[in-house]
Ligand binder design. Structure first.
Ligand code: SF4
Ligand code: SF4
Length: 279
């Protein structure tokens, strides 16, 4: 019948109108009580009626995947070896993929040698131009740039305040983990460590070189080839047991240990050459 849709729409509006008051009466003054989750529940999908958010006194929590302008991750201040260090290596990929080209990066140089170092000296993002697409965060190979949840960036200055420099962009890794715990966890799994890629690599190298410089494991002197004198006096069942590495020894074959040793020596040579070049 003509006008049925109109009547249904009006009835729906009327229902929301009434439910808003019913909900208000049900919650009473608890509506403004933030110590309970009332506000979150009323903003959720289970609520009934129409609700006005009294912004800025009240704010709706944003979902984890919400993205606003990007920020740069720096190491936490309590990190044992890299406190405050940038995760960004100034590779420039984010600047290249940024569709409106609103990222500028100045690569850092070693003050003594003048050689480039993998960290940005300056990093700027014009947040008036940024369209919050998140490409920079998606493409960064070091998980060093992320999309922030802070959307309250209005200011009276439209010239310099909206060009965020490195200092303003930098936020600790713990902040990223607090606003996006699931995402941070997924990234950690993909990276294989909570650490920055380079730091994890260095740690692995250190562990490998420590292993290679440790006393040679028991497998390097196989008991089966040349039985020790004491073994001759062992009972038959004990001598039948295959030789196994000592407790805590590296369970490598001799070939692997030699390979690791060669790798360690090559790295030492490389470090010596780099030090010579730096003089
Ligand atoms: S934020 Fe990531 S992509 Fe951009 S320069 Fe730094 S390391 Fe490269
Ligand atoms: S979010 Fe998009 S527009 Fe903004 S800086 Fe990143 S790549 Fe550029």
């Amino acid at each position: 019948m003509y006008g049925t849709g109109l009547a249904k729409g009006l009835l729906l509006t009327m229902r929301h109108f009434v439910e808003s008051y019913v909900d208000d009466i049900r919650y009473g003054f608890r509506k403004y009580h933030h110590s309970t989750d009332n506000f979150g529940i009323r903003q959720g999908t289970k609520t009934k009626g129409v609700i006005t958010v009294q912004y800025p006194d009240e704010k709706v929590a944003v979902p984890e995947r919400f993205r606003f302008v990007p920020f740069l991750i720096v190491e936490d201040e309590d990190h044992p070896t890299r406190a405050g260090k940038d995760w960004c290596t100034s590779c420039g990929i984010c600047a290249k993929v940024c569709p409106p080209q609103c990222i500028w990066i100045v690569r850092g140089n070693d003050p003594n040698t003048g050689r480039p170092v993998p960290e940005p000296e300056a990093f700027f993002i014009d947040i008036d131009i940024c369209m919050n697409c998140g490409y920079c965060a998606e493409y960064c190979p070091f998980d060093a740039i992320k999309m922030d949840h802070d959307y309250e960036l209005a200011s009276y200055d439209r010239t310099t305040h909206h060009i965020h420099d490195k200092e303003r962009l930098s936020k600790p890794n713990s902040y990223w983990r607090s606003i996006a715990p699931t995402r941070a966890y997924e990234e950690m799994l993909a990276r294989g460590s909570w650490e920055h890629k380079d730091a994890a690599k260095e740690a692995r190298r250190g562990a490998a070189s420590a292993r290679s410089s440790a006393p040679r494991p028991a497998v390097e002197q196989p008991a089966a080839a040349v039985p020790a004198k004491s073994e001759a006096t062992e009972p038959a069942e004990a001598s039948a047991t295959p030789a196994s590495p000592a407790e805590g020894a590296t369970p490598w074959s001799e070939d692997e240990a030699k390979r690791e040793e060669r790798r360690r020596k090559a790295l030492e040579r490389k470090a010596r050459r780099a030090a010579q070049r730096g003089q």
